[in-house]
Design a protein around this ligand. Structure first.
Ligand code: NAD
Ligand code: MG
Length: 385
């Protein structure tokens, strides 16, 4: 394998920093050519000095001078501001984009990379939730691979290698259940941000950690799976598996089931996506079947965790509904993180926004952008009341 040049969008996040660990451990195989951060200029500078990329982007324009100055002795190009993410994604200095930005902000740079024929290692699930039809269609047109990094989707992708055109009967997305597994609304109503940020199995960014606690994450992942694997809504099932060892399952037409398993560690799906189709050795801890460990599976409690019901509704309805769900959810999660609304209010906000914003069956990209904006404005207006 010749050295692959990676563009890491969101390099200062949980996915981004772990991707850089994988790159640092395999310098013959990978280099980091683009690094981007929204606000954490100090870490971006540190990463740039270590990896000597072609270009960096700092989203917060106020920090441009500081980054520029710190990298003055290098030949790293420094960009600032939201628009420069697309500009940098259009550079021809990399072979693969790791889409590790969180939320809707990841959509445009990823579309830009696809439009110039760059394969995508996709962590940013919101990209497919918002505009999955357009993203996957453009990827097919450009003949670029979209390789999932999300652990469940990486698991399914790995199960499908070698299966050619064999039909999927259904997939099972496993969910840890998050920190509030087994809890009821009378408990959840009082949950505060610091508690919700304690995930039992995974250490992740704040937004996805809250999404995991509300089960919205699994709802977003159902929509993500629909687009990645071309599935109908009724082919996608969710099961709670608190040990997070079975990362997901695929059942084929003959009833045979394949699973991908391992300890919960995002470096593995990140490494898999970067090195695909090769598997490369590593020193990550191994799961040991000899140690006493029970693997359990149960139906999710969709009465309590209503986000899963809302996401299933959006999945079935299609059109701009997943985009509306996502936008309202982003507003809700950040409001919860700022202690502006309660844990259960997040679901309420998403539900009311889904009822309010006009449905469009086959949106254009512009219409997705508009729906996103309208949904955000409406959801935000509910908070200020
Ligand atoms: P994070 O919050 O730790 O990091 C987000 C990164 O995106 C940071 O580098 C930040 O600077 C950048 N960013 C944030 N807002 C931005 C904006 N408006 N414009 C440009 N850049 C911005 O998030 P994370 O946990 O690394 O998650 C990243 C993505 O990967 C999310 O879509 C998440 O759902 C997905 N994902 C994460 C994990 C995980 O274990 N962390 C697992 C599966 C999927
Ligand atoms: Mg996941």
């Amino acid at each position: 394998m010749s050295q692959k040049r990676i563009a890491i969008f969101g390099s200062t996040g949980s996915i981004g920093t772990q991707a850089l660990d994988v790159i640092a451990a395999n310098p013959d195989l990978f280099s980091a050519e683009i690094l981007t951060a929204q606000t954490n200029a100090d870490l971006l500078i540190k990463q740039a000095l270590q990896f000597n990329p072609n270009a960096v982007v700092i989203g917060d324009e106020k920090k441009y001078e500081a980054v520029k100055e710190a990298l003055a002795a290098t030949d790293v190009k420094v960009f600032a501001g939201e628009g420069s993410l697309e500009e940098v994604a259009a550079l021809d200095c990399y072979d693969m984009m790791l889409a590790g930005i969180v939320g809707y902000a990841g959509l445009r740079p990823t579309l830009k990379a696809i439009s110039i024929g760059k394969p995508i290692a996709l962590a940013n699930k919101e990209t497919l939730v918002v505009a999955g039809d357009i993203v996957m269609r453009k990827a097919t047109e450009q003949r670029v691979a979209v390789i999932p990094v999300d652990s469940e989707h990486s698991a399914i992708f790995q199960c499908l290698v070698g299966e050619g055109r064999n039909k999927i009967e259904r997939i099972v997305l496993t969910a840890s259940g998050g920190p509030f597994l087994g809890k009821k609304p009378n408990y959840l109503v009082n949950v505060k941000r610091d508690h919700a940020l304690q995930h039992p199995n995974w250490s992740m960014g704040a937004k996805i950690t809250i999404d995991s606690a509300t089960l919205m994450n699994k709802g977003l992942e159902m929509i993500e799976a629909k687009w990645l694997f071309n599935l109908q809504p009724d082919q996608i099932q969710v099961l709670v598996h608190p040990q997070s060892i079975v990362h997901s399952l695929v059942q084929f037409e003959d009833g045979s089931i394949k699973a991908q398993m391992g300890l919960p560690d995002m470096k593995l799906p990140i490494q898999y996506a970067l090195a695909f189709p090769q598997r490369i050795p590593n020193q990550f801890p191994r799961y040991d079947f000899r140690k006493p460990n029970t693997l359990t599976f149960e139906e999710p409690d969709i009465k309590t965790f209503r986000n899963l019901t809302l996401a299933t509704e959006a999945l079935k309805k299609g059109g701009n509904m997943p985009c509306i769900l996502n936008a309202a959810n982003e507003i809700a999660v950040y409001a919860f993180l700022r202690n502006r609304i309660g844990f259960l209010d997040m679901t309420e906000l998403v539900e009311r926004t889904m009822q309010k914003i006009a449905f469009i069956e086959k949106p254009t990209l512009e219409e997705y952008f508009e729906s996103d904006g309208e949904a955000r404005n409406f959801a935000a207006s509910l908070i200020h009341m």
